[in-house]
Design a protein around this ligand. Sequence first.
Ligand code: NAD
Length: 475
Amino acid sequence: MATQYKNLINGEMVETDEWLDVVNPANEEVIGRVPACGKDELDQAVAAARAAFKTWKTSTFEERHAACMAISTAIKENADELYRLLTSEQGKPHAQAKGEIFGAAGISAAQSTLQLEEEIVQDDDTRLHRHRRVPVGVVGGIVPWNFPVMMAVQKIVPALMAGCTIVLKPSPFTPLTTLRLAELVADKVPAGTVNIITGEDSLGPLITGHPDIDKITFTGSTATGKKIMEGASADLKRITLELGGNDASIVLPDADPKKVAEQLFWSSFQNAGQVCIAAKRVYIHEDIYDELSAAIAEYAKTVVVGDGSEQGTGVGPIQNKKQYDRVLELIQDAKDNGYKFLTGGDKDPSGTGYYVPITILDNPPEDARIVAEEQFGPVMPLMKFSSEDEVIERANSSHYGLAGAVWTGDPEKGVEVAEQLETGTVWVNEFMHLSPFAPFGGHKQSGFGAEYGKEGLREFTYPQVITVKKDNVVA
Ligand code: NAD
């Protein structure tokens, strides 16, 4: 029988009568079972978080730092076990799973150093005017399946650092590594401060609508983000939304095709393209289009698609059947419309597992579905452009605004173009690099608020202003 994983509520690992199966996307085998929680378990977790909040809200910086460092250390000390488990449930190759696990440990350590200093707005003979930040209360965290561990800790750690307590719901597709981590930290963080419960998607709206949760921090699709905003409006819960993206990469004519081909490839195909900040539309200047597109297609031939636990695999399977069917549908749409493929375009018919061959499209039109929609899979549309103004307009013509990149031999020129892109993050000559000390968030329909840095931490707090009139002592 598949291993049964428990939930973390009030410092105890607990189970339910109902279970959900978790499948390895590389072979479609059930590899674990997790509790299928509903309202009762959610109520228990929220009650535990509420009770813990009474004391945690007045905890010192040192206590918060120690709890978050315990999480970071637990991840690091058990990295070997965790990354293998992550590959088996998420599908990403071992090297990338290791990157996520060590990244999660690093992000936790970095964010555990953050604090929001009190601001003295006025301090003179007449008045002391203080602005301090106070924790919002009990947080509901909801995360997706593409970076389950990273997303979990980037909600748990700032919540704790702000003095909040949290009830976190992993994706039903990828809850195992997060629950194993829960078990590892259950006795290392104060009971009730961190609660992790699993369930179907239907558990999400129960969290969003729970009257005793004060804030929702969510990472996932824009469609779900809109539902969350609506659900949270009933009692004006605070919300932070990290949503979808359709990031554009712009390659200027002075970029060296030999130097950028491989980097561009991985900016799209990391985690089989299932990255919110993957390059999902690549615009290449017409002067270098033929040479660069050929170089990318050539490099693609060297990358192995397969089971992430096997040595040499570069691109793993799609994480779940629903997303797999969606990516195949987008590829079929491109075929039906007669767009040209440089590689891929066909599903490998052999065997089990949600594998999609590396697929690169040759200059499909701007209104092709594969260009206009977030594909979230191993498919890269390459498009030709002729002028800077034109490419900036095309890059910005999306309701998403998460990130983007500019590739050029002239970094100053790159910054000039970067500043004209309507996205929360823009890289010049690199991709996917994020700092835990700089805000990460989407413009337009890619998000609401930000994570990371002090700005991210502030989202778990309310401002409180206390003024003391000094020249009016009334006793
Ligand atoms: P999703 O929106 O389907 O699910 C995300 C989480 O929300 C899951 O835990 C799910 O169970 C829960 N959920 C589903 N319906 C809900 C509802 N009505 N109310 C509350 N919760 C609900 O997203 P996904 O398919 O898991 O993830 C892929 C998407 O996430 C992509 O669009 C991707 O771009 C986005 N994403 C964004 C970021 C970012 O930082 N901006 C990072 C990673 C992924």
